[in-house]
Write a protein that binds this ligand. Structure first.
Ligand code: MRU
Length: 345
Protein backbone atom coordinates (compact mmCIF):
# COMPACT_ATOMS: atom_id res chain seq x y z
CA UNK A 1 0.00 0.00 0.00
CA UNK A 2 1.12 3.54 -0.80
CA UNK A 3 2.78 5.49 2.00
CA UNK A 4 0.94 8.53 3.37
CA UNK A 5 2.70 11.76 4.34
CA UNK A 6 -0.34 13.18 6.12
CA UNK A 7 -3.84 12.26 7.27
CA UNK A 8 -6.64 14.60 8.31
CA UNK A 9 -9.21 13.15 10.70
CA UNK A 10 -11.49 14.51 13.41
CA UNK A 11 -10.18 18.05 13.04
CA UNK A 12 -6.56 17.03 13.50
CA UNK A 13 -3.80 16.90 10.92
CA UNK A 14 -1.43 13.97 11.46
CA UNK A 15 1.94 14.29 9.79
CA UNK A 16 4.50 11.50 9.37
CA UNK A 17 7.71 13.02 10.73
CA UNK A 18 10.01 12.75 7.68
CA UNK A 19 13.01 13.99 9.67
CA UNK A 20 13.17 10.60 11.39
CA UNK A 21 12.66 8.35 8.37
CA UNK A 22 13.48 5.69 7.41
CA UNK A 23 14.54 4.33 10.80
CA UNK A 24 11.73 5.70 12.95
CA UNK A 25 8.07 6.14 12.05
CA UNK A 26 6.46 8.77 14.25
CA UNK A 27 3.30 10.75 13.59
CA UNK A 28 2.91 14.35 14.80
CA UNK A 29 -0.52 15.71 15.67
CA UNK A 30 -1.42 19.28 14.65
CA UNK A 31 -4.60 20.75 16.08
CA UNK A 32 -3.98 24.38 15.13
CA UNK A 33 -2.56 26.41 12.25
CA UNK A 34 0.54 27.49 14.18
CA UNK A 35 1.54 23.87 14.68
CA UNK A 36 0.97 23.16 10.97
CA UNK A 37 3.18 26.12 10.04
CA UNK A 38 5.86 24.72 12.35
CA UNK A 39 5.85 21.18 10.90
CA UNK A 40 6.12 22.70 7.40
CA UNK A 41 8.94 25.08 8.42
CA UNK A 42 10.84 22.31 10.23
CA UNK A 43 10.34 19.92 7.28
CA UNK A 44 8.52 17.20 9.19
CA UNK A 45 6.31 17.38 6.10
CA UNK A 46 7.98 18.50 2.87
CA UNK A 47 7.67 18.31 -0.90
CA UNK A 48 5.76 21.06 -2.72
CA UNK A 49 2.36 19.35 -3.21
CA UNK A 50 2.36 17.83 0.31
CA UNK A 51 2.99 21.18 1.96
CA UNK A 52 0.18 22.69 -0.15
CA UNK A 53 -2.23 20.06 1.18
CA UNK A 54 -0.92 20.52 4.75
CA UNK A 55 -1.37 24.31 4.48
CA UNK A 56 -4.97 23.89 3.26
CA UNK A 57 -5.78 21.80 6.34
CA UNK A 58 -3.84 24.31 8.47
CA UNK A 59 -6.13 27.08 7.18
CA UNK A 60 -9.16 24.94 8.03
CA UNK A 61 -7.82 24.45 11.57
CA UNK A 62 -7.28 28.22 11.82
CA UNK A 63 -10.92 28.74 10.79
CA UNK A 64 -12.09 26.28 13.49
CA UNK A 65 -10.03 28.13 16.10
CA UNK A 66 -11.37 31.49 14.89
CA UNK A 67 -14.89 30.15 15.25
CA UNK A 68 -14.25 28.85 18.79
CA UNK A 69 -12.98 32.30 19.70
CA UNK A 70 -16.19 33.85 18.42
CA UNK A 71 -14.68 35.54 15.35
CA UNK A 72 -16.70 36.00 12.16
CA UNK A 73 -15.26 33.77 9.43
CA UNK A 74 -13.98 36.04 6.68
CA UNK A 75 -10.73 36.05 4.69
CA UNK A 76 -9.81 39.32 6.46
CA UNK A 77 -10.32 37.83 9.93
CA UNK A 78 -8.19 34.82 8.95
CA UNK A 79 -5.42 36.93 7.39
CA UNK A 80 -2.98 36.19 10.28
CA UNK A 81 -3.55 32.45 9.72
CA UNK A 82 -2.86 32.85 5.99
CA UNK A 83 0.27 34.91 6.64
CA UNK A 84 1.69 32.51 9.21
CA UNK A 85 1.22 29.47 6.93
CA UNK A 86 2.38 31.28 3.77
CA UNK A 87 5.62 32.33 5.48
CA UNK A 88 6.53 28.78 6.53
CA UNK A 89 8.54 28.07 3.36
CA UNK A 90 8.98 30.58 0.55
CA UNK A 91 9.92 28.66 -2.61
CA UNK A 92 7.24 25.99 -3.15
CA UNK A 93 4.36 27.88 -4.75
CA UNK A 94 1.89 25.08 -3.99
CA UNK A 95 1.76 26.44 -0.45
CA UNK A 96 0.25 29.84 -1.40
CA UNK A 97 -1.67 28.29 -4.29
CA UNK A 98 -3.53 26.03 -1.81
CA UNK A 99 -4.03 28.89 0.67
CA UNK A 100 -5.42 31.14 -2.10
CA UNK A 101 -7.93 28.41 -2.96
CA UNK A 102 -9.04 28.26 0.67
CA UNK A 103 -9.40 32.07 0.78
CA UNK A 104 -11.46 32.07 -2.43
CA UNK A 105 -13.65 29.33 -0.97
CA UNK A 106 -14.21 31.32 2.23
CA UNK A 107 -14.97 34.49 0.24
CA UNK A 108 -17.76 32.53 -1.46
CA UNK A 109 -19.27 31.62 1.92
CA UNK A 110 -20.51 35.16 2.61
CA UNK A 111 -24.01 34.90 4.11
CA UNK A 112 -23.55 31.31 5.33
CA UNK A 113 -23.48 30.39 9.02
CA UNK A 114 -20.19 29.32 10.60
CA UNK A 115 -20.97 25.61 10.46
CA UNK A 116 -21.72 25.68 6.74
CA UNK A 117 -18.60 27.78 6.06
CA UNK A 118 -16.44 25.30 7.96
CA UNK A 119 -17.96 22.43 5.99
CA UNK A 120 -17.20 24.21 2.70
CA UNK A 121 -13.61 24.81 3.81
CA UNK A 122 -13.26 21.15 4.84
CA UNK A 123 -14.57 20.07 1.42
CA UNK A 124 -12.14 22.41 -0.33
CA UNK A 125 -9.12 21.11 1.59
CA UNK A 126 -10.20 17.57 0.86
CA UNK A 127 -10.64 18.45 -2.85
CA UNK A 128 -7.11 19.89 -2.98
CA UNK A 129 -5.86 16.59 -1.54
CA UNK A 130 -7.82 14.33 -3.88
CA UNK A 131 -7.03 16.41 -6.97
CA UNK A 132 -3.36 15.93 -6.17
CA UNK A 133 -3.87 12.16 -6.06
CA UNK A 134 -5.58 12.30 -9.47
CA UNK A 135 -2.98 14.56 -11.06
CA UNK A 136 -0.19 12.26 -9.85
CA UNK A 137 -1.88 9.38 -11.68
CA UNK A 138 -2.24 11.39 -14.90
CA UNK A 139 1.40 12.55 -14.78
CA UNK A 140 2.49 8.96 -14.18
CA UNK A 141 0.82 7.87 -17.41
CA UNK A 142 2.07 10.78 -19.53
CA UNK A 143 5.59 10.53 -18.18
CA UNK A 144 5.90 6.77 -18.36
CA UNK A 145 5.07 6.86 -22.08
CA UNK A 146 8.18 9.02 -22.58
CA UNK A 147 10.56 6.49 -21.02
CA UNK A 148 12.36 4.40 -23.64
CA UNK A 149 11.98 0.76 -22.52
CA UNK A 150 15.00 -0.86 -20.97
CA UNK A 151 16.45 2.28 -19.39
CA UNK A 152 17.77 3.29 -16.04
CA UNK A 153 16.69 6.75 -14.93
CA UNK A 154 18.30 9.10 -12.43
CA UNK A 155 16.33 11.10 -9.88
CA UNK A 156 17.07 13.73 -7.24
CA UNK A 157 15.50 14.53 -3.86
CA UNK A 158 12.18 12.85 -3.01
CA UNK A 159 9.18 13.35 -5.27
CA UNK A 160 7.17 10.32 -4.21
CA UNK A 161 4.24 9.53 -1.93
CA UNK A 162 6.02 11.35 0.89
CA UNK A 163 6.15 14.58 -1.13
CA UNK A 164 2.55 14.57 -2.40
CA UNK A 165 -0.90 13.30 -1.49
CA UNK A 166 -0.65 10.45 -4.00
CA UNK A 167 1.97 8.33 -5.73
CA UNK A 168 4.28 11.24 -6.47
CA UNK A 169 5.37 13.36 -9.41
CA UNK A 170 8.73 12.19 -10.86
CA UNK A 171 8.58 9.12 -8.63
CA UNK A 172 5.00 8.52 -9.80
CA UNK A 173 6.39 8.31 -13.35
CA UNK A 174 8.98 5.84 -12.05
CA UNK A 175 6.23 3.75 -10.43
CA UNK A 176 4.14 3.64 -13.61
CA UNK A 177 7.13 3.02 -15.90
CA UNK A 178 8.15 0.14 -13.64
CA UNK A 179 4.63 -1.39 -13.66
CA UNK A 180 4.56 -1.05 -17.45
CA UNK A 181 7.86 -2.93 -17.69
CA UNK A 182 9.60 0.07 -19.26
CA UNK A 183 12.23 0.62 -16.59
CA UNK A 184 15.37 -1.25 -15.54
CA UNK A 185 16.05 0.72 -12.37
CA UNK A 186 16.67 4.05 -10.73
CA UNK A 187 19.84 5.89 -9.72
CA UNK A 188 19.00 7.86 -6.58
CA UNK A 189 21.04 10.94 -5.68
CA UNK A 190 21.49 11.03 -1.93
CA UNK A 191 20.62 14.80 -2.05
CA UNK A 192 22.80 16.59 0.49
CA UNK A 193 22.29 18.22 2.90
CA UNK A 194 18.93 16.87 3.98
CA UNK A 195 19.35 13.46 2.29
CA UNK A 196 15.81 13.19 0.89
CA UNK A 197 17.15 10.76 -1.74
CA UNK A 198 19.01 8.48 0.68
CA UNK A 199 16.43 8.53 3.46
CA UNK A 200 13.12 8.83 1.62
CA UNK A 201 13.38 7.91 -2.07
CA UNK A 202 15.50 4.82 -1.42
CA UNK A 203 12.98 3.77 1.25
CA UNK A 204 9.99 4.28 -1.07
CA UNK A 205 11.63 2.36 -3.93
CA UNK A 206 12.61 -0.50 -1.63
CA UNK A 207 9.02 -0.81 -0.44
CA UNK A 208 7.84 -1.02 -4.06
CA UNK A 209 10.52 -3.55 -5.00
CA UNK A 210 11.88 -1.22 -7.71
CA UNK A 211 15.62 -1.80 -8.29
CA UNK A 212 17.73 1.23 -7.38
CA UNK A 213 21.27 2.30 -6.67
CA UNK A 214 21.96 5.05 -4.20
CA UNK A 215 24.76 7.36 -5.32
CA UNK A 216 26.57 10.34 -3.82
CA UNK A 217 25.45 13.53 -5.56
CA UNK A 218 28.96 13.95 -6.91
CA UNK A 219 28.74 10.55 -8.66
CA UNK A 220 26.00 11.73 -11.02
CA UNK A 221 28.44 13.01 -13.67
CA UNK A 222 30.24 9.70 -14.07
CA UNK A 223 26.97 7.72 -13.98
CA UNK A 224 25.58 9.91 -16.78
CA UNK A 225 28.85 9.62 -18.71
CA UNK A 226 28.59 5.82 -18.51
CA UNK A 227 25.65 5.82 -20.94
CA UNK A 228 23.51 3.69 -18.62
CA UNK A 229 20.95 6.43 -17.91
CA UNK A 230 18.32 7.32 -20.49
CA UNK A 231 16.59 10.10 -18.62
CA UNK A 232 16.87 12.37 -15.57
CA UNK A 233 13.52 12.80 -13.81
CA UNK A 234 12.92 15.53 -11.24
CA UNK A 235 10.04 17.37 -9.57
CA UNK A 236 9.63 21.12 -9.08
CA UNK A 237 8.83 23.64 -6.37
CA UNK A 238 7.99 26.61 -8.60
CA UNK A 239 7.92 26.87 -12.38
CA UNK A 240 8.01 30.38 -13.84
CA UNK A 241 5.84 31.43 -16.79
CA UNK A 242 8.77 30.90 -19.17
CA UNK A 243 9.51 27.37 -17.88
CA UNK A 244 12.49 28.19 -15.63
CA UNK A 245 12.18 25.70 -12.77
CA UNK A 246 13.14 25.92 -9.11
CA UNK A 247 13.76 22.55 -7.50
CA UNK A 248 15.99 20.98 -4.85
CA UNK A 249 19.54 22.27 -4.80
CA UNK A 250 21.62 20.20 -7.22
CA UNK A 251 18.90 19.95 -9.87
CA UNK A 252 20.51 22.63 -12.04
CA UNK A 253 23.86 20.83 -12.09
CA UNK A 254 22.06 17.63 -13.15
CA UNK A 255 20.39 19.51 -16.03
CA UNK A 256 23.77 20.82 -17.22
CA UNK A 257 25.26 17.33 -16.96
CA UNK A 258 22.32 15.75 -18.76
CA UNK A 259 22.58 18.19 -21.67
CA UNK A 260 26.35 17.64 -21.88
CA UNK A 261 25.89 13.87 -22.07
CA UNK A 262 22.87 13.92 -24.40
CA UNK A 263 20.57 12.51 -21.70
CA UNK A 264 16.91 13.67 -21.60
CA UNK A 265 16.00 15.94 -18.68
CA UNK A 266 12.35 15.77 -17.64
CA UNK A 267 10.48 17.85 -15.02
CA UNK A 268 7.29 16.32 -13.62
CA UNK A 269 4.94 18.67 -11.75
CA UNK A 270 1.25 19.52 -11.48
CA UNK A 271 -0.03 22.85 -12.81
CA UNK A 272 -0.37 24.00 -9.18
CA UNK A 273 3.45 24.29 -9.23
CA UNK A 274 3.38 26.73 -12.14
CA UNK A 275 3.46 30.37 -11.04
CA UNK A 276 2.22 32.38 -14.00
CA UNK A 277 2.76 35.61 -12.06
CA UNK A 278 6.46 34.86 -12.00
CA UNK A 279 7.96 35.96 -15.32
CA UNK A 280 11.18 33.95 -15.10
CA UNK A 281 13.53 32.20 -12.71
CA UNK A 282 15.16 35.43 -11.52
CA UNK A 283 12.01 36.35 -9.59
CA UNK A 284 11.80 33.05 -7.70
CA UNK A 285 12.61 33.48 -4.01
CA UNK A 286 15.11 30.85 -2.92
CA UNK A 287 14.90 29.55 0.64
CA UNK A 288 18.16 29.58 2.60
CA UNK A 289 18.28 27.10 5.45
CA UNK A 290 20.30 26.87 8.69
CA UNK A 291 24.08 26.49 8.50
CA UNK A 292 24.12 23.43 10.73
CA UNK A 293 22.38 21.37 8.01
CA UNK A 294 25.67 21.65 6.08
CA UNK A 295 28.09 21.60 9.01
CA UNK A 296 26.68 18.30 10.22
CA UNK A 297 25.53 14.96 8.88
CA UNK A 298 22.73 13.03 10.59
CA UNK A 299 23.14 15.26 13.61
CA UNK A 300 26.93 14.75 13.93
CA UNK A 301 29.27 17.67 13.29
CA UNK A 302 31.47 17.15 10.20
CA UNK A 303 32.96 20.66 9.84
CA UNK A 304 34.44 23.26 12.18
CA UNK A 305 31.52 24.29 14.40
CA UNK A 306 31.77 27.91 13.20
CA UNK A 307 32.44 27.19 9.49
CA UNK A 308 30.79 29.94 7.41
CA UNK A 309 28.11 28.29 5.31
CA UNK A 310 25.87 29.06 2.35
CA UNK A 311 22.86 26.75 2.28
CA UNK A 312 20.38 27.52 -0.52
CA UNK A 313 17.67 24.84 -0.45
CA UNK A 314 16.77 25.21 -4.14
CA UNK A 315 18.29 26.26 -7.45
CA UNK A 316 16.78 27.34 -10.75
CA UNK A 317 17.17 25.31 -13.93
CA UNK A 318 16.78 27.48 -17.05
CA UNK A 319 13.94 26.31 -19.31
CA UNK A 320 16.42 25.85 -22.17
CA UNK A 321 17.91 22.83 -20.36
CA UNK A 322 14.53 21.10 -19.90
CA UNK A 323 13.50 18.63 -22.61
CA UNK A 324 9.99 17.94 -21.33
CA UNK A 325 7.60 19.22 -18.68
CA UNK A 326 5.05 16.58 -17.68
CA UNK A 327 1.85 17.87 -16.05
CA UNK A 328 -1.58 16.34 -15.41
CA UNK A 329 -2.83 18.32 -18.43
CA UNK A 330 -0.25 16.85 -20.80
CA UNK A 331 3.39 17.15 -21.82
CA UNK A 332 5.14 20.31 -22.98
CA UNK A 333 8.22 19.50 -25.03
CA UNK A 334 10.99 22.09 -24.67
CA UNK A 335 8.85 24.25 -22.32
CA UNK A 336 8.67 27.96 -23.04
CA UNK A 337 6.20 30.79 -22.39
CA UNK A 338 3.79 29.68 -25.15
CA UNK A 339 3.84 26.00 -24.20
CA UNK A 340 3.23 26.78 -20.55
CA UNK A 341 0.36 29.19 -21.36
CA UNK A 342 -1.33 26.48 -23.49
CA UNK A 343 -1.51 24.19 -20.43
CA UNK A 344 -4.07 26.58 -18.95
CA UNK A 345 -6.28 27.02 -22.03
O1 MRU B 1 13.03 20.78 0.65
P1 MRU B 1 12.04 19.77 0.14
O2 MRU B 1 12.34 18.39 0.55
O3 MRU B 1 10.63 20.19 0.44
O4 MRU B 1 12.22 19.85 -1.43
C1 MRU B 1 11.43 19.01 -2.23
C2 MRU B 1 11.76 19.10 -3.67
O5 MRU B 1 12.62 19.83 -4.08
C3 MRU B 1 10.93 18.28 -4.59
O6 MRU B 1 11.66 17.93 -5.73
C4 MRU B 1 9.71 19.10 -5.04
O7 MRU B 1 9.05 19.67 -3.94
C5 MRU B 1 8.77 18.30 -5.83
S1 MRU B 1 7.98 17.09 -4.81
C6 MRU B 1 6.80 16.29 -5.67
Amino acid sequence: MLLKALIFKKNELWVLDQRLLPHQEEWLCCSDATRVAKVIRDMAVRGAPAIGVAAAYGYLLGAHRGCEEGRVLTPEALRPVYDELAAARPTAVNLVWALDRMVACLANCAGLDAESSLQRLADEASAIESEDVESNLAMGQYGSALIEPGQWVLTHCNTGALATAGQGTALGVVRDAWSAGRLEGVYVDETRPWLQGARLTAWELAQEGIPYRLICDSAAASVLASGRVGCVLVGADRIAANGDTANKIGTYSLAVLARHHGVKFMVVAPRSTIDRDCADGRSIEIEHRPADEVRSLAGRPVAPTDAPVENPAFDVTPAALIDALVTEAGVVQRPDRGGIARLFE
